[in-house]
Design a protein around this ligand. Structure first.
Ligand SMILES: C[C@@](CO)(OP(=O)(O)O)[C@H](O)COP(=O)(O)OP(=O)(O)OC[C@H]1O[C@@H](n2ccc(N)nc2=O)[C@H](O)[C@@H]1O
Ligand SMILES: Nc1ncnc2c1ncn2[C@@H]1O[C@H](COP(=O)(O)OP(=O)(O)O)[C@@H](O)[C@H]1O
Length: 293
């Protein structure tokens, strides 16, 4: 009989909790509870926060790296760990640390990504075997964007982001630029002037060549009209490449075929504009990393 090799569970796991882009974002209606029905194309970036988690036997959820401006009980990392602990009734706790690089309130989904990363890693470390569907469900109660990060594949999302169809958009290189402001998602969604009646699309009509001609971001005009810093930066970026706001802003992505082109455009920006270059990826680095554990 051949030897059975059993993989040992590592004592801690470190992964990149990635950013997302909304390559387009159409608002197709408003629900009675005030939430908006969206049609949006999500892709991940191979860039994000670094999260390390180790299980502990104390049952306590310990965030070792406090996040300035976010109270522990409001931190999506803490909320996600607590939600999974409650659901599974596990006796385990965990120690979590994060190196935060993603700007908050930038439309890159950092908080939702962190929540999904915590759910996925703890489910592994605690060996609680919750299904991906259920993890996405728990995630949805924490934020509309959490399910996409739990599933970990590029997708066309409908509803508030919970109905997902897997897609494979081209993995461009992106220059991500952040105007020196932060925009609240709630502010944009409660704005009178926001268009809420985009026609529903068939995602099969999407191809990588018509992203900027046939698709748009319904939040962009409102943000451009109310935040001159976004308007000015977007106008400048459009001189270099097709560019658009992600989510409710304020970050802007610009598309390039090569990393060198993206880096060259970054060099043209004024020194005070925060930016980074990253590759679009159709699989989340978290799900990719977990597959090998
Ligand atoms: C718009 C999107 C697109 O990816 O991204 P961001 O720009 O925030 O990253 C998301 O749907 C945001 O998701 P998320 O940031 O998790 O939103 P939530 O915390 O659930 O909601 C914040 C607030 O925005 C409004 N909201 C959010 C989502 C939605 N589909 N309709 C809404 O009206 C609600 O007023 C809600 O109180
Ligand atoms: N772990 C976290 N990382 C980032 N933001 C968090 C986190 N936990 C809670 N938040 C709150 O969520 C808000 C939205 O953050 P984020 O997801 O980064 O922005 P966006 O949804 O615009 O991409 C932040 O302003 C912050 O108050």
């Amino acid at each position: 009989m051949g030897a059975v090799t059993e993989k040992k569970m590592p004592s801690s796991i470190t992964v990149t909790s990635p950013a997302k882009l909304n390559l387009f974002l159409h608002i197709v209606g408003r629900r009675v509870d005030g939430y908006h029905n969206l049609e949006t194309l999500f892709q991940f970036l191979d860039y994000g926060d670094r999260i390390t988690i180790a299980a502990n036997a104390s049952g306590k959820i310990i965030l070792q790296t406090p996040m300035p401006g976010v109270a522990l009980e409001d931190n999506l990392i803490y909320k996600a760990a607590t939600a999974l602990q409650r659901y599974t009734k596990t006796q385990h706790g965990c120690n979590i640390s994060i190196e935060k690089v993603l700007p908050m309130g930038g439309g890159l989904g950092g908080g939702s990504s962190n929540a999904a990363t915590v759910l996925l890693l703890l489910n592994k470390l605690w060996q609680t075997n919750v299904t991906t569907e259920k993890l996405a469900d728990i995630g949805l109660s924490l934020g509309a964007d959490v399910p996409i990060f739990v599933h970990g594949f590029s997708a066309f999302a409908q509803g508030v982001g919970e109905k997902l169809t897997q897609v494979h958009p081209k993995e461009y290189w992106y220059l991500i630029s952040k105007p020196d402001i932060s925009i609240s998602t709630a502010e944009v969604f409660t704005a009178e002037q926001l268009p809420r009646n985009s026609a529903s699309i068939n995602i099969n009509d999407y191809n990588d060549d018509n992203l900027f001609s046939d698709f748009h971001n319904d939040c962009q005009t409102y943000v451009v009209n109310h935040y001159p810093k976004v308007a000015n930066l977007l106008a400048r970026l459009l001189e270099y490449a097709p560019s658009r706001m992600t989510g409710t802003g304020a970050c802007i992505f610009s598309c390039f075929s090569t990393k060198d082109e993206a880096l060259a455009a970054a060099k043209q920006l004024p020194d005070d504009v925060e930016c980074f270059v990253a590759k679009g990826v159709n699989n989340s680095p978290v799900t990719t990393a977990l597959r090998s554990i």
